[in-house]
Design a protein around this ligand. Structure first.
Ligand code: ADP
Ligand code: MG
Length: 234
């Protein structure tokens, strides 16, 4: 099963003098269960790519098929639903609601999905157990460490059972040890069949993925580096 297939994916911002080709002609294939790293210097187009893959933004041209279905022409409610049902986001800055408990934060995607009361709490609880936080469900983000907040964010990303987990610099704000805990969690996710795309500028984080794509000025300059143990050109 191919989770991501892009062909000629292009995003241009602005016009005339301020025109920026943020992403140009990207062809990307990611199979189910793969962990792909996206690397490149600041301004190379990494977040633009994540915005397109995450259905937060629409391409200027090119196609994007997500989980076998064309996602480049989705609009309005359809777009929101695809985003909610197929994608889990993890951000560098966690993006948790500070006044809500860990449990409520994780329940949020289920609220939008229309899952009710006890079932919603059960599933959020289960997701928090999965990230090793069953003892912190009633804590609010300010009472948690950075590593714990990122675990809550990962539980929130997982709770809907997404086809794709997108993480933009997930360990960027963490010390080495907490960062390692997060990477181990991604290892476990991958082992359970999740498909993961991680943006990072840390080579040691990129090495944890199955392969990586390097962007420069919106273009792929190095593709499918790292570990291809089969020796098959992909
Ligand atoms: P990265 O995440 O690799 O740092 P971005 O994808 O954020 O890079 O940006 C790629 C290029 O597109 C940069 O030159 C940036 O200034 C430009 N860009 C990104 N978003 C916008 C936007 N909303 N409007 C105009 N230019 C943008
Ligand atoms: Mg960025």
């Amino acid at each position: 099963m191919r989770v991501i297939e892009t062909r000629g994916l292009t995003k241009v911002f602005g016009k005339g003098e301020s025109r920026v080709e943020a992403l140009v002609g990207m062809n990307l294939d990611v199979e189910q269960g793969e962990w792909v790293s996206v690397v490149g210097t600041s301004g190379s187009g990494k977040s633009t790519l994540m915005g397109l893959l995450g259905l937060l933004d629409t391409p200027t041209s090119g196609s994007y098929s997500l989980n076998g279905r064309d996602a480049s022409h989705l609009k309005g409610g359809e777009l929101a639903r695809a985003r909610r049902e197929l994608i889990g986001f993890v951000f560098q800055s966690y993006n948790l609601l500070p006044r809500q408990t860990a449990l409520s934060n994780v329940e949020l995607p289920l609220v939008y999905a229309g899952v009710r009361g006890a079932e919603r709490r059960r599933r959020a609880q289960e997701a928090l157990e999965r990230v090793g936080l069953s003892g912190r469900t009633r804590h609010k983000p300010p009472e948690l460490s950075g590593g714990q907040m990122q675990r809550v964010a990962i539980a929130r990303a997982l709770v809907n059972g997404p086809a794709l987990v997108l993480a933009d610099e997930p360990t960027g704000n963490l010390d080495t040890k907490s960062g390692e805990g997060i990477l181990e969690l991604f290892d476990e996710l991958k082992a359970s069949g999740a498909t993961i795309v991680v943006v990072t500028h840390d080579p040691s984080v990129a090495d944890r993925g199955d392969w990586s794509v390097e962007l420069k000025d919106g273009r792929v300059i190095d593709d499918r580096t790292a570990k291809d143990t089969t020796g098959v050109a992909r």
